[in-house]
Ligand binder design. Structure first.
Ligand code: SAH
Length: 204
């Protein structure tokens, strides 16, 4: 998976590659999908949601440019896999999931694999961020928003980087927002398709 789907497409941060190599993705997918764990596609995780394509998880993690000292907010916790990857790259991760059963599943997956040490899973509307642990030097959103939620921009630290898919329900651009020295800039990294962000600043 790492050689063919991730390294070849240009992901080169050694810490990201190492996390993708060592975290057992099969532990985060339903039992019947284990055989497909390392394929180049999103997988259903129940409740109409999916675990993102491995390449997308790697790309989003790389775009955050983490050094290991950061507090990161992971919006759309899902299976907990993306949080596990971020957990190896940052000091602390808050993973917020709006569907209670998935939040429980993420927590179970993280504790069963022993990867949850620096990760707190919370259940709530991540389109409003999670002010209790702000500011975040990194924010990663794994669901598509109509626009960048104000609350996330407000909770982004300086310096800080936010990665978020923005667009309509079927077609989005993956935007990277960088805050540095009081200046905020934005660029498009690629095009993508994520499940819709729900909640107050999502599609409701
Ligand atoms: N990162 C996950 C997959 C994300 S799928 C993984 O590695 O498995 C997107 C997730 O975002 C879904 O689980 C969905 O329930 C969740 N979600 C959607 N809107 C949300 C919101 N407003 N707040 C928190 N989670 C949300």
């Amino acid at each position: 998976m790492v050689d063919r789907q991730i390294r070849k497409r240009g992901i080169c941060d050694p810490h990201v590659l190492d996390a993708m190599l060592t975290i057992p993705r099969e532990e985060f997918v339903p039992h019947e999908s284990r055989v497909s764990s390392y394929q180049d596609e999103p997988l259903q995780i129940g409740y109409g949601q999916s675990i993102s394509q491995p390449y997308m998880t790697a790309l989003m993690a790389e775009l955050l440019e983490l050094t290991g000292a950061e507090t990161v907010l992971d919006v759309g916790g899902g299976s907990g896999y993306h949080a596990a990857v971020l957990g190896q790259l940052a000091a602390r991760v808050i993973s917020i999931e709006i569907i209670p059963a998935l939040a429980r599943q993420a927590e179970q997956n993280l504790s069963r694999t022993g990867l949850g040490a620096h990760i707190t899973v919370v259940c709530g509307d991540g389109s409003q961020g999670w002010p209790a642990a702000a500011p975040y030097q990194g924010i990663s959103v794994a669901a598509a928003a109509p626009e960048i939620p104000e609350a996330l921009l407000a909770q982004l630290g300086d310096p800080g980087r936010l990665v978020i898919p923005v667009g309509d329900r079927f077609d989005q651009e993956l935007r990277v927002v960088v805050k540095s020295g009081g200046v905020t800039s934005e660029r498009v990294a690629t095009f993508c398709r994520f499940v819709p962000l729900r909640g107050d600043a999502g599609w409701r």
